[in-house]
Design a protein. Structure first.
Length: 652
C-alpha cells in the first residue's frame, strides 16, 4: 500500500478535489492529515472550526482514500502558549525558555499541557473516531525530535524530585545509590535535588542516568494517556506513532510502542546520511550522498519494526531534497523507487510519501514533495507510479517479513551510558551497534532487533553490542534459549545505578565465561592496537579491556602482547575490545557458517532482504552488480545482473 502526507489547510479549497482524484489515480491508498492543524481546528479556546476539516475529509473519502488522522499536539497554538506559558520547555541548564515559533514547543512535565493535549485529542477522537474512512490514528508527530525529550524547566525539576521520591523512598537510599559521598554531593532532602546540568564540571553519572530514566518515563506516560483517549472514542481503529531514529528519540522506544498497533518510521536516507557521515572522508560521502548508506535505512526499518510487535509502516518517505540537514542533495535517479521497495522488503505494510505538494512558505518550503509548489509533478512522481505497478505485481501485501535467525539486542540505557560516560572520544554506542549490523548485512543476513526483555529461543545467533547492567533473569533467558551469544565490550560494566559491579565487569557474565575486566584503555581512532585471530592480524581500536581469565576459558583472540582480547565458552562469546570492520565481517562469517546460517558472498554495495517467498537484491553501487542468486533462480523483478541503484527479486 502507498500513502501520502497532505495538508489541506495549506491550500485553496478549490484544489482539494483535484488533489484527491490525482492521489487516487497515482495509486495511493492512504492519506495522513491533521497533525499540525491545531490553530485552524481551534483558533481560540473552545471555538472550534470543523467545517473545513469535515469537507476535506469527505472529499478525500469520496475519492476512495483511507485517512490516517494525526493528533495536532506537536504544535500548540499561540493563544494556548500565551494563556499557559508553563507549557514551554526550557533549556537543560534552565537559563532560557524554548519559545513559540516552530514546533514541539511543549514540556512533557507540564501538567497543564497534559490536560490540554488530552482535551484536543478527546475532542477530535469523539468527533471523528467513528468515521468509516478514518481507519487509523497517529499520535502527535515525531516525539522528542529537536532534543525535546528532556527539559530543564521548573515543572521538570518538580516532577523529577517526585520521581526520585517514589524510586528511592528515602534521601539516604538515593545518596547511597548515586554515590553522593563523592565530592560531598549528598542531598539533605528530595526538595534539594537539582537537575544534572549546569555544574562547574561533569555531574554525577548516576544522577544523569536517573534524569534520563525519568524523562523517558514522562514521555511514555504522556503518550500512553493520548493512546488511551483515542482507543476510548475510536474503537476498532489502529493507532501508530511516527518514530524518528531511536538514538535521536532518547526514550525507551519499546515502552513507547507497547500500546501501539503499528510502529511507523520517517525515512530520510539522505538527510540522515549527511548527518551521520559529517566527518567521513570526501570519497565516502560522495559515494553515498545521493543514495544513503547501504545499511542505514534498513537499520532503522529493522529497529522500528520491533517496537510494536512487528507491524510496521513508513509514514514519511523522502521524495526529493529535504531542508533540514547541513547539506541537502537530490536523490540519484530511481532512488525514491529503490527506498520504497527496500521498505516493503523490510516488512512495511505501507510507504507514505512526505509530502503531497511542496509548501511555498515557512520553514519547510525547500522540502520537496511529489508535486512542486506550482502544482507540476516532481521527479518522484513517475517513480511512485512504478512502485505501484511493482508492488501489485509482486503481491507484497500478501506476505510478511521473513523471520530472521539472528537477533540484535538494543537498549536505550546503552545509549545513555555512551553519552554520560563516553570515557574515550572514539566510543559511540550508535556506531558500535551499527558496525555489528553492517558486518552481518554484508554477509547477506537478515536481522531482527529485540529488547533485553525478549525471549531468544527463536534465534540461532544473538548479538548484544552493549548491555550495561545484566540481570540474573536476562542471563537465565540467554542460557535457556540455546542460541549463541556475542557480547560487546562494556556489557555488564555497571550496576543498575551506574556504579562498577563489586566483582568487576562483566558482572553476571563473570561466572558464565570465567572472565574479569581488570581495566580499560581508550585509544585514538588513528592509534589502534593489534588483534590476532586465526593467524591473521586486525585492529583492536578505541576501547580495549584488560581481561583476566580462569583456567578452562577459551581465548579466541589476543592483543599484540598475547593477552586475551576475546574469550568464549560453549554458548557465550565476550568481546573485550572494539575492532576494525574487517575483523567483524570475517569473525561473523565464521560464526554464521558454524551455525549453519549460510553467509552470502556479495559485492561491496549489494544487500539482500527476504520477504515471504522472495529475496530482494538492492544494488547501491553506481555500477551493475551480479545478484547473489542461485543458478536456477526465477526472477520476478529485474535481472540477474542488477543495474546501478536498481532492485531485483527472485523466488526463494
Amino acid at each position: 500500500m502507498l500513502g501520502v502526507c497532505y495538508y489541506p489547510e495549506h491550500w485553496p479549497e478549490d484544489l482539494w478535489a483535484q488533489d484527491a482524484e490525482e492521489m487516487k489515480s497515482l495509486g495511493l491508498d492512504y492519506v495522513r492529515i491533521g497533525e499540525f492543524a491545531w490553530s485552524r481546528i481551534e483558533p481560540a479556546r473552545n471555538e472550534f472550526d470543523f467545517e473545513w476539516l469535515d469537507r476535506a475529509i469527505e472529499i478525500l473519502a469520496n475519492a476512495g482514500l483511507k485517512i490516517v488522522f494525526g493528533t495536532p499536539t506537536a504544535t500548540p497554538p499561540k493563544w494556548l502558549i500565551d494563556e499557559l506559558p508553563d507549557i514551554l520547555p526550557a533549556s537543560l541548564d534552565g537559563d532560557h525558555v524554548r519559545g513559540f515559533g516552530s514546533r514541539r514547543h511543549y514540556d512533557f512535565s507540564s501538567e497543564n499541557y497534559l490536560k490540554e493535549a488530552l482535551r484536543i485529542t478527546e475532542v477530535l477522537a469523539k468527533r471523528y473516531g467513528g468515521h468509516k474512512s478514518i481507519v487509523g490514528w497517529q499520535t502527535d508527530n515525531e516525539l522528542c525530535c529537536h532534543d525535546t525529550a528532556m527539559s530543564g524547566s521548573k515543572n521538570a525539576l518538580r516532577a523529577f524530585r517526585d520521581w526520585c521520591k517514589k524510586r528511592y523512598e528515602s534521601i539516604e537510599k538515593l545518596n547511597t545509590a548515586w554515590g553522593n559521598v563523592f565530592w560531598s554531593m549528598e542531598y539533605p532532602s528530595f526538595d534539594a535535588i537539582e537537575l544534572p546540568f549546569g555544574a562547574v564540571t561533569e555531574t554525577n553519572p548516576a544522577h544523569s542516568l536517573a534524569f534520563r530514566r525519568f524523562s523517558s518515563d514522562q514521555v511514555v506516560a504522556w503518550h500512553d494517556t493520548m493512546v488511551k483517549a483515542i482507543r476510548a472514542h475510536a474503537p476498532g481503529k489502529w493507532i501508530t506513532h511516527n518514530f524518528i531514529p531511536k538514538e535521536d528519540l532518547y526514550v525507551d522506544a519499546y515502552a513507547l510502542g507497547a500500546d501501539l498497533d503499528i510502529a511507523s518510521y520517517d525515512n530520510y536516507p539522505l538527510g540522515r546520511a549527511d548527518l551521520w557521515f559529517a566527518d567521513a572522508p570526501a570519497d565516502t560521502m560522495q559515494r553515498y550522498m545521493r543514495t544513503g548508506h547501504p545499511d542505514f535505512a534498513s537499520f532503522y526499518h529493522d529497529t522500528t519494526r520491533s517496537f510494536a510487535g512487528g507491524r510496521y509502516w513508513v509514514m514519511e518517505q523522502q521524495p526529493g531534497p529535504v531542508n533540514w540537514a547541513p547539506h541537502n542533495p537530490r536523490p540519484a535517479p530511481g532512488m525514491v523507487r529503490f527506498w520504497s521497495l527496500e521498505a516493503f522488503a523490510q516488512g512495511a505494510e505501507c510507504v507514505s510519501y512526505f509530502r503531497w505538494r511542496q509548501a511555498p512558505f515557512a520553514q519547510e518550503q525547500m522540502h520537496a514533495g511529489l508535486k512542486r509548489p506550482d502544482n507540476s509533478k516532481a521527479t518522484a512522481w513517475a517513480e511512485v507510479e512504478q512502485v505501484r505497478r511493482e508492488i501489485d505485481a509482486l503481491n507484497v501485501a500478501s506476505s510478511e517479513k521473513s523471520k530472521s535467525r539472528i537477533a540484535m539486542v538494543t537498549d536505550v540505557e546503552a545509549l545513555w551510558l555512551s553519552d554520560i560516560e563516553q570515557q574515550g572520544a572514539g566510543y559511540d554506542f550508535r556506531r558500535v551497534e551499527f558496525a555489528y549490523y553492517c558486518a552481518l548485512r554484508e554477509l547477506g543476513m537478515d536481522i531482527d532487533f529485540v529488547s533485553a526483555d525478549a525471549g531468544f529461543s527463536d534465534y540461532d545467533l544473538v548479538i548484544v553490542p552493549c548491555l550495561p547492567s545484566l540481570s540474573t533473569d536476562f542471563i537465565s533467558r540467554c542460557k535457556s534459549s540455546g542460541a549463541k551469544f556475542v557480547f560487546g565490550p562494556r556489557t555488564g560494566a555497571k550496576t543498575p545505578e551506574f556504579s562498577v559491579p563489586a566483582s568487576l565487569p562483566p558482572g553476571a557474565l563473570q561466572t558464565e565465561l570465567g572472565v574479569k575486566v581488570l581495566s580499560v584503555e581508550t585509544l585514538r581512532p588513528d592509534c589502534p592496537s593489534t588483534l590476532s585471530w586465526q593467524g591473521k592480524q586486525y585492529e583492536a581500536t578505541r576501547w580495549c579491556e584488560e581481561l583476566e581469565v580462569v583456567e578452562g576459558t577459551e581465548v579466541v583472540a589476543t592483543y599484540g602482547d598475547g593477552s586475551p582480547a576475546i574469550v568464549s565458552n560453549d554458548q557465550f562469546i565476550y568481546m573485550g575490545t572494539l575492532t576494525d570492520d574487517l575483523f567483524l565481517r570475517d569473525f561473523m562469517r565464521v560464526l554464521c557458517t558454524d551455525l549453519g546460517l549460510q553467509p552470502v558472498d556479495m559485492s561491496t554495495d549489494m544487500r539482500i532482504v527476504r520477504r515471504g517467498g522472495l529475496t530482494f537484491a538492492f544494488n547501491y553501487s553506481a555500477e551493475a552488480q551480479p545478484a547473489p542468486a542461485p543458478n536456477n533462480a526465477v526472477f520476478v523483478l529485474g535481472q540477474r545482473n542488477v543495474g546501478p541503484r536498481d532492485v531485483s527479486a527472485w523466488k526463494n
